[in-house]
Design a protein around this ligand. Structure first.
Ligand code: AMP
Ligand code: ZN
Ligand code: FE
Ligand code: FE
Length: 292
């Protein structure tokens, strides 16, 4: 029934493909240029920048990638979407990063982020942690997110790492968490498709009830799932590969690199775990919707 290719199950070690990277356009700590310069020194041949709710890092990245003929850059984005109680990070790959409708919608999503972050800062202030929304916004520079609150808390000396901020305050049940009005998975997938891209469920290990909802996601048009993702071992990969095979989803993935600099951070092109098979890139391209 499917185009399933056995190569997809084993992936590729050393990795040649990394389809999930972040930059300072959202909550990564390397500029688009610095990120491209770094990945160009690895064995990677195809990478995708997928910042949260923004494609503003892509123009700079495309300028630099021109210096490296061995390296292909895919335009991506990561949307925060929900299906019922499940939060699904939806990565769009091969999107048209000049599509006016996409740009407009992402600007709206970033506006919702600002509101939620402002409410979180207020909750922190009520807890006696005196940081300001203005400072968080300055630290963000681009698409704001909880990691930038963590950075402001770190700067003010309240915590030592981003992870500590999530553990104590910002995690899903944390006292300073605030939610923004949700985009559904269906809307997210449709937005990605309308801009010529394919939709991939990111780090499914973090999606609650994933195995119960994956069939519905497929029905909404999902094209792939991340199998070669951050912190996945061989056993995790097998569970997600089985689901991918069953639902005809392309098994993709990447490091979700933010350049946090923590000792356990997975590096793009790192040699300790496989990346997706190179042939998934062509398969994703074949699955791109035709645009009228
Ligand atoms: P937001 O975009 O505001 O929803 O924040 C989500 C982002 O925060 C994720 O995409 C990660 O980059 C980061 N994040 C989520 N959980 C953690 C955690 N436990 N520790 C550090 N960073 C996290
Ligand atoms: Zn992030
Ligand atoms: Fe994510
Ligand atoms: Fe991510």
């Amino acid at each position: 029934m499917t185009a399933w290719n056995e190569e997809w199950a084993s992936g590729c070690l050393p990795p040649k493909v990394d389809l999930h990277l972040h930059t300072t356009a959202s909550d990564g700590l390397l500029s688009p240029s610095a990120l491209i310069e770094q990945v160009a020194q690895t064995g990677l041949r195809t990478v995708a920048i997928c910042d949260h709710d923004t494609i503003n890092g892509l123009d700079e990245a495309y300028e630099v990638v021109g210096k490296y003929p061995q390296l292909d850059l895919i335009a991506g984005v990561e949307l925060s979407t929900t299906l019922g109680e499940s939060e699904v990070h939806m990565v769009g790959l091969f999107i048209d990063h000049q599509d006016p409708h996409l740009l407009e919608t992402l600007a709206e999503f970033r506006g919702r982020r600002e509101g939620a972050i402002e409410r979180s800062v207020k909750k922190l202030n009520d807890l006696g942690l005196m940081i300001t929304f203005e400072r968080v916004r300055e630290l963000a520079g681009g698409a704001i997110g909880r990691p930038h609150i963590a950075d402001a808390l770190m700067e003010a000396g309240y915590i030592k790492t981003r992870d500590e901020a999530f553990d104590k305050y910002l995690g899903d049940d944390g006292p300073a968490r605030s939610r923004r009005s949700p985009t559904t998975t269906e809307e997210g997938i449709a937005l990605i498709h309308a801009s010529g891209g394919v939709a991939v469920a990111a780090h499914p290990q973090t999606i609650s009830k994933f195995f119960d909802i994956v069939g519905q996601l497929k029905g909404e048009g999902l094209d792939g799932i991340e199998v070669f993702a951050e912190k996945y071992d061989a056993e995790d990969r097998k569970r997600y590969l089985d689901v991918a095979r069953k639902h005809d989803l392309v098994p993709v993935g990447g490091s979700d690199y933010h350049a946090k600099g923590t000792p356990d951070e997975i590096l793009p092109g790192g040699l300790d775990r496989p990346g997706p098979a190179s042939s998934v890139v062509g398969e994703l391209q074949r699955r791109r919707p035709s645009r009228s």
